[in-house]
Design a protein around this ligand. Structure first.
Ligand code: KG4
Ligand code: ZN
Length: 345
């Protein structure tokens, strides 16, 4: 696709048909990670820097948006400098600069997006604004030869979706949660049973020591490819209340919760696959780092599907996925005046 440099308006070819090596520098700051990466031709990561704010927010048990935005301000120049250093490249070598536009925390997004715009202006390169959810899917292009079409399960802190990815730029959400996202359910249940922030990965770890069949928790019956996880959360709350604090079988509750969530996800993905002739499945988003969800979705390989999942570091928020998205997806925000947005419009 042809994009244009910001001052001289020179055309620049970006993507698989550009005929030249593309080096895209991307910045991600939608939540509590300040990240900068440089990716060559959409698949080869030449620099990947992530500054995590977990320690800061752990004190509060969750992300405090205003504090997160200020931490992004402190970290942004550092991650950009480190990415240049790690790659050995300079601004002149970069083909285009990309940044996450949304969805995310507005104050946080502003920091990274303005940095990406500024770099594009300073080096007179094209600017590419990226949707954070599309970027999560594109993490699967890194170090693989994956090409659409495929069915995707996107599971993050704010979203749970089944997406029909027909081509690099054409994707249709065919199912989503009608209440809590999977990551949100993990974090809420973790808090309920006294696990510290960030709850999802801690709950996953604890689940590995428990019996997944200890408690039978309800799989919500929702039409089509949609999901609901708020009932499950209430069921866990009821279960927790039925014990004295000191006798709480934490590992068994974690394992039973994880079993219920992962089976629900697998069933819906199977249902979606049965209605297409796709032979490829991908998972993406922070919760795609979950051990049991990965195991269950990878079990589809026994049924003849090819399954893709990003390595852990590209499941949770990072900028390499944003750069991959800027390279492959032409459905981006290329206007320098684009505004950040908190929710999918
Ligand atoms: O994609 P992400 O980094 O941020 C959003 O865009 O939301 O996802 C963060 C979510 C959090 O809810 C976190 O608890 C969850 O991903 N998460 C996990 C695991 N690792 C991260 N949930 C369950 N098991 C994990 N191993
Ligand atoms: Zn994310």
């Amino acid at each position: 696709m042809t994009r244009h440099t910001l001052f001289s308006n020179t055309p620049v070819e970006i993507g698989e048909n550009s005929g030249k090596d593309n080096y895209i520098m991307a910045i991600e700051s939608s939540c509590d990670e300040t990240a900068c990466a440089i990716v060559k031709n959409g698949r080869e990561v030449v620099a990947n820097i992530v500054a995590s704010q977990i320690k800061t927010h752990a004190k509060f048990g969750g992300v405090i948006p205003e504090i997160a935005a200020r931490e992004h301000l402190d970290a942004i120049n550092v991650v950009i400098e480190e990415a240049f250093q790690q790659s050995g490249l300079t601004g002149k070598d970069i083909t285009a600069f990309a940044g996450t536009v949304g969805p995310g925390l507005v104050g946080c997004l502003l920091v990274g997006l303005n940095a990406a715009k500024t770099l594009a202006l300073a080096y007179d390169k094209p600017f590419i604004g990226v949707n954070h959810l599309n970027a999560h899917l594109c993490a699967n292009y890194i170090d693989t030869d994956l090409k659409p079409p495929f069915m995707a399960l996107l599971v993050s802190g704010g979203h749970t979706q089944i997406i029909d990815v027909e081509s690099y730029s054409k994707q249709t959400i065919i199912g989503e949660t009608i209440d809590d996202a999977v990551g949100e359910a993990y974090d809420k249940v973790a808090r309920l049973i006294g696990l510290p922030y960030p709850g999802g990965p801690k709950l996953d770890k604890m689940a590995q020591e428990g019996n997944p069949l200890a408690f039978s928790l309800p799989q919500a019956r929702v039409d089509g490819f949609n999901f609901s996880f708020s009932g499950l959360k209430t069921a866990v709350l009821r279960l927790v209340k039925s014990f004295n604090d000191k006798d709480l079988p934490v590992a068994d509750i974690c394992a039973s919760f994880q079993e219920c969530v992962s089976s629900t996800l697998l069933n819906k993905v199977k249902k979606a696959l049965s209605e297409t002739n796709y032979k490829q499945v991908v998972i993406a988003g922070g919760v795609a780092a979950n051990s049991e969800i990965r195991k269950k979705i990878f079990s589809l390989e026994n049924e003849g599907y090819k399954v893709y999942a990003p390595p852990m570091k590209f499941c949770t928020d990072n900028a390499a996925m944003v750069a991959a998205c800027a390279y492959f997806n032409t459905n981006t925000f290329d206007d320098i005046n684009v505004e950040v947005f908190s929710r999918v419009k």
